[in-house]
Write a protein that binds this ligand. Structure first.
Ligand SMILES: Cc1cc2nc3c(=O)[nH]c(=O)nc-3n(C[C@H](O)[C@H](O)[C@H](O)COP(=O)(O)O)c2cc1C
Length: 190
């Protein structure tokens, strides 16, 4: 059975549509180990209460979420994951990943896993994808072992710089990443 480290960061508005996609991955027979950024652990929002989200993810995956940097670090030496998915990936986490900053459990998981020359799949959800973070997307697109779930501008009128991944393409992108392949087109229409 393949193991997926499923990293979740603080784009809270995507959480509801994320859960059915995680369910599908579990139903395909993968062992999904959730890994939460600190903001996901700590923040109650109008979209979800942190405690409810923790319980729902634990129930869907059947695994206790990883909540600490020491908890994520063994992914490196133990080579315990076949794939790391960061979904949703905030602008904050994206920028840190692009710049080698490792100060959350999610970033520790990605760093530890990349050490093993294994794939990381990123599903963006950020309002600054075409502004402050555009350069970081470009940086990561050119980085070995990083793949993207195809994304679009989600609201080019009200949020001109916003980019969001197509979460319904996550499984296809995941299968590509296992083969070292970026599925295309990576930029989609709406
Ligand atoms: C209600 C709410 C919604 C948010 N939605 C997003 C989002 O969709 N994308 C994003 O990049 N940041 C979003 N943020 C900001 C991040 O949560 C914030 O930058 C946080 O520091 C991210 O930390 P993390 O990347 O470690 O999870 C949101 C914050 C709040 C309170």
């Amino acid at each position: 059975m393949k193991n997926i480290g499923f990293c979740i960061t603080g784009s809270f508005c995507t959480f509801e549509k994320l859960i059915p996609e995680i369910k599908k991955i579990v139903e395909l027979g993968y062992n999904v180990v959730p890994i939460f950024s600190y903001s996901v652990q700590d923040t109650d929002t109008r979209f979800y209460l942190a405690k409810d989200f923790y319980n729902d993810i634990k129930e869907v995956t059947g695994n206790e979420p990883v909540l600490t940097i020491p908890g994520a670090e063994p992914i490196g030496p133990k080579k315990s994951m076949d794939l790391i998915i960061i979904a949703p990936c905030t602008g904050n986490t994206l920028a840190k990943l692009a710049n080698a900053i490792t100060d959350t459990p999610v970033l520790m998981a990605a760093k530890a896993h990349l050490r093993n020359n294994r794939p990381v799949l990123v599903a963006l959800s950020t309002n600054d994808g075409l502004s402050a973070n555009a350069k970081n997307i470009g940086e990561l697109m050119n980085r070995k072992n990083i793949f993207f779930v195809p994304f679009s501008q989600d609201n080019h009128v009200a949020k001109i710089n916003s980019l969001v991944a197509h979460f319904d393409l996550m499984i296809e992108a995941m299968e590509g990443a296992f083969e070292g392949r970026q599925i295309q087109p990576v930029i989609r229409g709406k």
